[in-house]
Design a protein around this ligand. Structure first.
Ligand code: KIV
Ligand code: ZN
Length: 381
């Protein structure tokens, strides 16, 4: 099986759907350029029919960004597809992402269609979109809650109609990893023409399982992951790009897959998206959080100072961070304090150090963190 996993970034479409986020065209260009440098394969740039502003962003990104496939979202409607195709015209490589719901919930309450009507609508949308590009991705919204037999039929028919990538969204973040694994595996094993398409994981994080589900999908044979930087997106967000990329990298012993991402740019990309969206990254966020490579307890500091891998599975340089950090708190030990003092150019004989350590503990009990200014004052005293 092909072991290259395509990274489909939807920060500028699903990510921008985060409540409270509004990006200008200039912001989108800045993020778009960074995503191209980062090495994403497909960049979902927006939903052109939704507003003139979105049309303009998609068209500008399509014109400005080279070396990446620019994708635009549509409903399974001719007008949407025509408008998306128009916005994508300047792109070097373009993809139309169309589709509609497949769960009983979406069919009954949202689309008010029978399964047959929805299937026919989807197939017609793919055929219509094919006149504009050969690169068609079909999304089956709310696949996570759908009847798998119906999903298999839809996949077979839309591939016959010309879809080349099949997106299997867990739109509501309902599934758990084993279930999502079997959903993807079931499609690959049961759909006769499944070898003609790439399957894509698109997971939401309502139960905190988006990354785990996406990785389970890759285990099952999916070769595209739909992700956003910092996991931003509707409600609890989408699958975080940095988490999936680093999990595939660090656990390549199990996944045996690669992405085209330059991991050294992950931290810079995360910071840029956080700054421009105004969405702060929680300190303990995996891979890019401020605490991700920081150690504060004495036992951990002692281990990391002897050998980094005792408590760190990711070398911080791999994601573009300068170094692991030793944070001094009341939980820190002598090794940590000695290390930080040494970094500042201070080395003391044992007796004096012991005295300093006792004074340090007194300060540490009154503060969350003993910083460089505090250390300097202690030394001066
Ligand atoms: O979550 C979802 O189902 C989506 C589709 C529109 C692809 O974002
Ligand atoms: Zn989504």
């Amino acid at each position: 099986m092909n072991n290259r996993v395509l990274v489909f970034d939807t920060t500028l479409r699903d990510g921008e759907q985060s409540p409270g986020v509004r990006l200008s065209v200039a912001d989108k260009i800045e993020i778009g350029r960074q995503l191209v440098d980062l090495g994403v394969d497909i960049l979902e740039s927006g939903f052109p029919i939704s507003s003139p502003g979105d049309f303009e962003s998609v068209e500008t990104l399509a014109r400005e960004l080279k070396g990446v496939t620019i994708c635009a979202l549509t409903r399974a409607r001719q007008k949407d597809i025509e408008v998306a195709a128009e916005a994508l015209k300047p792109a070097e490589r373009r993809r139309i992402h169309t589709g509609l719901g497949v769960s009983a919930n979406h069919l009954d309450f949202k689309l008010r269609m029978t399964k047959e009507q929805a299937l026919e609508t989807g197939v017609n949308a793919v055929k219509f979109a094919r006149q504009y590009t050969d690169d068609i991705e079909y999304f089956m919204e709310d696949s996570g809650r759908a009847d798998p037999e119906y999903v298999y039929r839809v996949v077979e028919e839309v591939i016959k109609a010309g879809a080349t990538t099949i997106n299997v969204p867990d739109t509501t973040g309902y599934t758990y990893p084993n279930e999502y694994y079997h959903l993807i595996k079931g499609i690959i094993d049961n759909v006769p023409n499944s070898d003609k398409a790439i399957f894509s994981c698109h997971c939401h994080n309502d139960l905190g399982m988006a990354t785990a589900n996406t990785l389970a999908g890759v285990m099952a044979g999916a070769r595209q992951v739909e992700v956003t930087v910092n996991g931003i997106g509707e409600r609890a967000g989408n699958t975080a790009l940095e988490e999936v990329v680093m999990a595939l990298h660090i656990r390549s012993d199990k996944f045996m897959c690669q992405t085209g991402i330059d991991t050294k740019q992950l931290l810079a990309t995360s910071r840029m998206v956080s700054r421009l969206t105004g969405m702060t990254v929680q300190r303990n966020k995996a891979v890019v959080g401020a605490n991700a490579y920081a150690h504060s307890s004495g036992i951990h500091q002692d281990g990391v100072l002897k050998e980094r891998s005792t408590y760190e599975i990711i070398d911080p340089h791999l994601v573009g961070a300068e170094k692991s950090e030793i944070i001094l708190t009341a939980r820190s030990g002598r090794h940590g304090l000695k290390f930080r003092l040494h970094e500042m150019g201070f080395d003391f004989p044992d007796e004096r150090f012991e005295h300093l350590y006792n004074e340090f503990l007194k300060v540490a009990d009154t503060k969350q963190e003993v910083d460089e200014d505090d250390l300097r004052e202690l030394v001066n005293r």
